[in-house]
Ligand binder design. Structure first.
Ligand code: 3PG
Length: 229
């Protein structure tokens, strides 16, 4: 790859988050409103080697599910980092922080969320997909953003072009990432981690097949090791 990425230490993310991404640059989505289910998913992912879990606030009860995961972090497993995703408003970001979120992810870029998170020292990954959005995030002081919806927007070629223009920015592509294309995204040095729901299939969770979740996590860890060396 020709682009040169800024060192991880230059991003305004927490040290534990950065070292977890260095160990395994993959962020599985946890999409449930059931606290027991969330904890079971989290355990399964951690067993598979993935420590950074994003609970998306899409279903009723999702905030409580995240609170349960965050509150039981030590018991679920060492190194677990729990964040909130699909955060649409500043109030939601504040509630997520109060519920124990260690990072915030949004589908788009809202200045007030980004600025509040920077002020609070709470890592934030707002969604960006155009050069203007990335530039705006850069101007707000961010050096890491979500790239969403990655595959639909233009995938690796678009991300490569944005990375060339914004050498100081690191990206977390999500949206359409799968076991099959994970390595292609991780081949870009500007990619901090890849996120997605492919690691926590609704059918497996509904069937209580948490071993399947662990297997998918392990597979992603192996792919990441092969891609990153
Ligand atoms: C997100 O919010 O990050 C996306 O909905 C994830 O997309 P995916 O379901 O295609 O992984």
């Amino acid at each position: 790859m020709s682009q040169t990425a800024t060192p991880l230490s230059a991003t305004p993310l927490s040290a534990p988050l950065l070292s977890a991404f260095t160990a395994a640059p993959v962020v599985p989505l946890v999409d449930t409103g059931d606290a027991g289910e969330a904890v079971a998913i989290s355990r399964a992912l951690l067993r598979g080697g993935l420590a950074v879990h994003e609970v998306v606030l899409r279903k009723p009860g999702a905030m409580d599910a995240m609170r349960a995961m965050a509150g039981r972090r030590a018991e679920i497993g060492e190194g677990l980092i729990v964040g909130a995703g699909t955060v649409l408003t500043l109030d939601q970001a504040k509630a997520a922080r109060d519920a124990g979120a260690q990072f915030i992810v949004s589908p788009g870029l809202l200045d007030e969320i980004a600025l509040w998170c920077i002020e609070e020292g709470l890592p934030v990954l707002p969604g960006t997909v155009t050069a203007s959005e990335v530039q705006r995030a850069h101007a707000l002081g961010l050096r890491a953003v979500k790239f969403f919806p990655a595959a639909l927007a233009g995938g690796v070629p678009l991300l490569r072009a944005l990375s060339a223009a914004f050498g100081a920015m690191r990206f977390v592509p999500t949206g359409g990432i799968t076991a099959a294309n994970l390595a292609d995204y991780l081949a870009l040095e500007s990619v901090l981690a890849c996120g997605g729901s492919w690691l926590t299939p609704a059918e497996a969770v509904a069937a209580g097949d948490y071993d399947a979740v662990t297997r998918l996590a392990r597979e992603a860890v192996d792919t990441a090791r092969a891609a990153r060396g």
